[in-house]
Design a protein around this ligand. Structure first.
Ligand code: MN
Length: 228
């Protein structure tokens, strides 16, 4: 087979302690999944079914890389999140079997053009431009389940220029990781290489050029990026 032009590189993420990289298939994201953040966004954190949106695979940004301030926004927000990396295909996965599909976990940052998101919500329009722009998915090295197990508790936080902005605990997820994987697999056939951003704790806020964001999760290291 030949192509009309050279296809781009496969987006991929570093795997801690491995020479191999994790090839990214799709990036899924969970909407509100911590009660305090749901409230700060004007929602009600009762257990409505989780809702999902997506980012393009090539929105990945590595730990340590600079991120250009995106166009068409005056309100770029950070959202530190636990990211689940899938290693097995599956559809209609029962909650009890969901953990078997997970390859590893990482710290991610669901960057958001909050002004475009608010506008889209008001107009009943899709979130793609608010969530799926270039460089909108910074993610740190993936920690393999073989090395770290399945973290279900532990601090998740984000600092901007060293000041704490977001702080929460993984045990406060409204929908647990197995529940998220199971629900998502009812909508889409999940594939090895899929990433799931599982939602952000309270404290989201704006960043400007020059700001350094550092997200961290107990046991999963940290993710540092400067806005330029
Ligand atoms: Mn998010």
């Amino acid at each position: 087979m030949s192509f009309c032009f050279e296809p781009g590189p496969v987006p991929s993420v570093l795997i801690l302690g491995s020479e191999n990289r994790f090839p990214v298939h799709r990036i899924y994201c969970v909407g509100r999944n911590y009660a305090a953040h749901a409230r700060e966004m004007g929602g009600n954190p009762d257990r409505e079914p989780p809702f999902f949106f997506a980012k393009p695979a090539d929105a990945i940004v590595e730990d340590g890389a600079d991120i250009p301030y995106p166009p068409q926004t005056d309100n770029l927000h950070h959202e530190v999140e636990l990211v689940v990396a899938l290693g097995r295909q599956g559809a209609d996965i029962p909650v009890e079997a969901a953990l078997d599909h997970i390859f590893g976990y990482a710290v991610g940052n669901d960057l958001t053009r909050r002004d475009l998101q608010a506008d889209a919500k008001n107009r009943g329009q899709p979130w793609d431009a608010a969530k799926g722009f270039d460089h909108s998915a910074p993610i740190a090295a993936i920690h393999r389940v073989a090395d770290v197990g399945h973290p279900s508790a532990g601090q998740i936080r984000l600092t901007v220029n060293g000041e704490i902005r977001q702080e929460g605990d993984l045990r406060d997820l409204i929908w647990s990781v197995p529940e998220v994987v199971s629900q998502l697999s009812r909508l889409f056939t999940l594939m090895p290489g899929d990433l799931i951003f599982t939602g952000t704790p309270a404290g989201v806020g704006p960043v400007r050029p020059g700001d350094v964001m550092e997200g961290s999760i107990d046991g999963l290291g940290s993710l540092k990026n400067r806005i330029v």
